[in-house]
Design a protein around this ligand. Structure first.
Ligand SMILES: C/C(=C\CNc1ncnc2c1ncn2[C@@H]1O[C@H](COP(=O)(O)O)[C@@H](O)[C@H]1O)CO
Length: 247
């Protein structure tokens, strides 16, 4: 059976296209469905990685902060988020958030107030509200998985304020990467003992005895109510990492 080669892909029989790639490229009539096919998406994905890496290439040490998109400025967690942003800048870090409203905005606002670098990695959502006004460098992503790579690539640690599904996803992504040693062991610090205690209890009392996580895995998570302590945990781990690194 004759084979048709399209780059690394070999096609035979009914899968051989009736038109050539050049023909389809040069034809300016007909449907534009090809724009929405997976191979074309790969180029968009590549482009998004290139844009993201490029925008953050000059960034110094940074900390990624996750937290609810829904908590309004009058909520006590908003003030705590502002303090997290301020203290990170005072400790010499740029802050990276999802660039949205709620506690993300609070963290960017605190960083902006202290004259630090405030990054927002936005995501295209049906109910998107755009980047908050305290973001200095903003990148809007189509794909969650590319955006997640950026949160991790430039971070010396993660701080997690109370949040919902989006925050849980980001928290567990960070923990999985640390637990599986896909990244250097960066600290993961939760802020809000009352909010997070139930989850920590469940991990210790249900997941560890069930054998689905190890007891040591729970120790990957720090929890505090004090933004200063959260930043201190990250600073200490950062200093230790640098001390171990050969000059
Ligand atoms: C829900 C509303 C706006 C959503 N806009 C977002 N913009 C940027 N990043 C977002 C947004 N929503 C979720 N995220 C990411 O997930 C985390 C927060 O999600 P949660 O479910 O609210 O915990 C956050 O860290 C972002 O990275 C308007 O109310």
């Amino acid at each position: 059976m004759n084979a048709y080669h399209r780059g690394p892909v070999t096609l035979r029989g009914a899968h051989v296209p009736s038109t050539t790639t050049d023909q389809r490229l040069l034809d300016n009539t007909g449907p534009n469905d090809w724009l929405h096919t997976d191979p074309w998406r790969v180029l968009r994905i590549q482009a998004e990685f290139v844009e993201g890496f490029g925008a953050l290439a000059e960034l110094g040490p940074a900390v990624s902060v996750f937290g609810s998109a829904r908590l309004a400025p009058r909520h006590p967690m908003y003030a705590l988020g502002e303090e997290v942003g301020e203290r990170l800048v005072e400790a010499g870090y740029a802050v990276i958030t999802g660039g949205g409203p709620g506690t993300m905005e609070a963290v960017n606002k605190g960083a902006d107030r202290k004259g630090g670098t405030s990054i927002g990695l936005g995501i295209e959502l049906p109910f998107e509200q755009g980047l908050n006004p305290y973001v200095h460098i903003g990148v809007n992503f189509r794909y969650f998985f590319i955006r997640k790579t950026m949160f991790v690539k430039h971070a010396e640690g993660f701080i997690v304020l109370p949040g919902g599904f989006g925050t849980f996803d980001e928290l567990f992504e960070a923990l999985t990467l640390v637990q599986t040693k896909k990244v250097t062991s960066f600290p993961v610090v939760l802020i809000g003992t009352e909010y997070w205690q139930g989850l920590l209890d469940w991990l210790r009392d249900v997941a560890v005895p069930a054998g689905t996580i190890g007891a040591a895995d729970v120790d990957l998570i720090h929890v505090t109510d004090d933004p200063a302590e959260a930043v201190r945990i990250i600073r200490t781990a950062d200093d230790e990492r640098h001390a171990r690194r050969p000059e």
